[in-house]
Write a protein that binds this ligand. Structure first.
Ligand code: ATP
Ligand code: MG
Ligand code: MG
Ligand code: MG
Length: 480
């Protein structure tokens, strides 16, 4: 089944169960100050869950574009390194607003997966919420457990903790216990290595969560406490690209027809082959992922810019440029050239891409060119530093200035220096970095052309934009 049919089959299945099919909402919700980007299918429906407004039909189904690069759900660091987390992905969902609840949600999920998509029952596992003895003091979800027992043997129903089985969109808002459905697509050899042990929620690339059924019954208030919602709701989210991986019988989302046309195009443009060298593979995955995020954002009206959501988009694109520059030897703009194949492939399901194609290409090309100029400028300065060096170790302070003033990434400096047989004084670099962090980071500083913070480095790691603080102080760091 190709990806178009997989998506259509999902929507049709729920339409037959009296759901209305609605188009994806834009990823940037202009009227929700608590969320920078839609990070789950339920975000656009928040007001229905809270009972503040009413849907036309209390059963809805859709495929929602989601972006997980900020706030509570931030997968950016995984992207490219693993094969199943994306920045932008589609979340297939079915919704009950105060209508059906656990019994139907579970029965239909099972029917769709095993009877319609014909996934082998023996590769499926499910999880239920085990309860919590913290301040929320929640009970185990025995109701879900008893329903699942009718479909799947009990040794395949696993109990999960709050982190995995209590779903919350952000720091506040509708939430509730959930049941996740996982697939185990390991080969016999992979299983033998761990004596067939189940690896649900252990970050194994071939044991992945595909569908989350959330039983919405609470609202997390601003003071952190839970209150019961006026009605109980169903909110489900299935990762479309992961589902395609299972149904197309491959082991990576990037081997599905959602990504292969883009990857083939990258290979054609760069002359590098996918699936040969791990570093090149990571770069190709990063670029094929990020071009989607950036293109869809622009189609939704969010241009790269110096502040807020636009700044996140700019940094995602620069992350892609940097991987192309460093690992695919692309020194001139090329990512914009991928928009064509993306539009061909996705334009039918997402007409906004087709409508905005020209704009998307122009914006990406200009952004790439401008950032490549920054990189060029940095390279020239680096050359001078090396020419003037008196020994094989250059000053950490100079490398810091290169990063701070010109936005030239430290890891790139490191790479280039090593290629030339040089190193730099890391201690001195870190000292300057700490001093700068000590001075605090004002939003104005972030407007400078820096972008490295999106990339992991030894001292700090970008973990996302804090939703509520977006206007004041937009970057958060976690010490690693
Ligand atoms: P994971 O544990 O794999 O990070 P999750 O529990 O964070 O997933 P949910 O918030 O439950 O994910 O979202 C519902 C579904 O969306 C998941 O079951 C998964 O199939 C899909 N999904 C979540 N995050 C991503 C992502 N970054 N890229 C692609 N699909 C994703
Ligand atoms: Mg996650
Ligand atoms: Mg999970
Ligand atoms: Mg989940």
């Amino acid at each position: 089944m190709n990806s178009q049919d997989i998506r259509a089959t999902f929507l049709k299945f729920f339409e037959d169960k009296k759901h209305s099919i609605v188009p994806s909402a834009p990823m940037v919700l202009k009227d929700d100050p608590t969320l920078m980007f839609v990070n789950a299918g339920m975000a656009p429906f928040k007001e229905y869950f809270l009972g503040n407004s009413e849907p036309k039909n209390n059963r809805i189904t859709d495929s929602q574009k989601c972006l997980r690069v900020s706030g509570k759900h931030n997968d950016l660091e995984e992207v490219g390194y693993d094969t199943y987390h994306h920045t932008l992905f589609e979340m297939l969902g079915n919704w009950s607003f105060g209508d059906y609840f656990k019994k139907e949600a579970i029965a239909w999920a099972w029917e769709l997966l095993t009877e319609v998509y014909k996934i082998d029952k023996d590769i499926l596992y499910v999880t239920v919420f085990e309860g919590s003895d913290d301040d929320d003091n929640l009970k185990m979800d025995t109701e879900a457990y008893d329903i699942w027992k009718q479909y799947i043997s009990e040794d395949r129903i696993l109990k999960g903790n709050k982190k995995d089985n209590f779903w919350e969109m952000g720091e506040q808002g509708p939430c509730g216990p959930c049941s996740e459905i996982h697939v185990d697509i390991r080969s016999a050899e992979e299983k033998a290595k761990v004596d067939g042990k189940t690896l649900v929620n252990e970050d194994h690339p071939h044991v992945v969560e595909i569908w989350n059924l959330v039983f919405m019954q609470y609202n997390r208030k601003a003071n952190g406490t839970l209150e019961g919602l006026p009605n109980k709701h169903i909110d489900t989210g299935m990762g479309f690209e992961r589902l395609c991986m299972v149904l197309q019988n491959v082991r990576s989302n990037y081997d599905t027809d959602v990504f292969t046309p883009i990857i083939r195009e990258i290979e054609a443009i760069t002359g590098k082959d996918y699936d040969v060298d791990e570093k090149v593979d990571i770069a190709i995955r990063v670029i094929s992922d990020h071009v989607r995020a950036v293109a869809f954002s622009i189609a939704d009206g969010q241009l790269p810019s110096n502040t807020g959501a636009g700044y996140v988009i700019r940094r995602i694109l620069r992350r892609a440029v940097r991987y192309g520059f460093t690992f695919l030897d692309k020194k001139e703009p090329f990512i914009y050239r991928l928009v064509n194949v993306l539009t061909e492939k996705m334009g039918a399901a997402f007409p906004e891409l087709k409508a905005q194609k020209q704009l998307i290409e122009n914006v990406i090309k200009e952004e790439e060119a401008s950032f490549l100029r920054t990189l060029d400028q940095g390279l020239a300065i680096l050359d001078r530093i090396v020419d003037n060096a008196t020994d094989k170790q250059v000053s950490g302070s100079k490398v810091f200035e290169l990063k701070d003033t010109y936005g030239f990434p430290e890891d790139l400096t490191d790479l280039i220096l090593r290629e030339k047989g040089f190193s730099y004084n890391k201690g001195e670099f870190n000292k300057r970095l700490k001093e700068q962090q000590g001075r605090g980071r004002e939003a104005s500083e972030l407007k400078s052309d820096d972008w490295t913070d999106l990339i992991e480095d030894e001292d700090q790691e970008f973990i996302g934009y804090d939703q509520l603080e977006a206007k004041v102080k937009i970057t958060k760091y976690r010490k690693v």
